[in-house]
Design a protein around this ligand. Sequence first.
Ligand SMILES: C[S@@+](CC[C@H](N)C(=O)[O-])C[C@H]1O[C@@H](n2cnc3c(N)ncnc32)[C@H](O)[C@@H]1O
Length: 194
Amino acid sequence: MNQEYWEARYQSADMPWEKGAASPGLVDFLAAHPELPRGTICVPGCGTGHDVREFAKAGFETFGFDIAPGGIRLAREKTRAAGLTATFQPADFLRDQPPQKFDWLFEHTLFCAIQPDERDEYARAVLRWLKPGGNFLAVNYFDCGPDGPPWPTTRVEQLERFSPHFDLLADWTPRSYPNREGRERMFWWRRKAV
Ligand SMILES: C[S@@+](CC[C@H](N)C(=O)[O-])C[C@H]1O[C@@H](n2cnc3c(N)ncnc32)[C@H](O)[C@@H]1O
């Protein structure tokens, strides 16, 4: 799906993924881990920025990126209205060079939104945007589709794609939005320090 496709979804307000709140799994993760070192966090495919603002509230230096300018505009407006600070920039996560490398990268409904044949590119992009030793936290959609987006993934696929470059610290079934209960899984990876 290209930039025109996603921008048209924002222009026509056709955004069923927009739940008006951060991922419940992320909210719980941040509440459970106040001890984690804060640093820079990149949220690719950030949409209107709920997850970015959740990291900002928790004290991270936050950056949201999205291929759709309409999403970035809404994210900036909502963040200003909330009195929070975050940087939002239009970017194609799969193809662009990052403006910097990040300590953390948070995935939430981008992996399932890209074409399944772009998943190799996605894995390469995570390595391009995240520092060695950095944390990769993901909320993956297991039970969706088949006529995406969204397209589902499995635990086996996640382990195959990311284990070569990451140590898996934990994975679990998170609390989810009401219509996704039991259909998501979170993965907390640490990138191997080369
Ligand atoms: C299903 S929406 C999820 C938005 C947000 N993560 C959320 O959960 O509310 C997928 C988002 O990814 C963005 N997107 C799709 N392909 C992208 C790419 N290659 N680079 C950056 N963003 C992309 C879309 O514009 C859209 O905002």
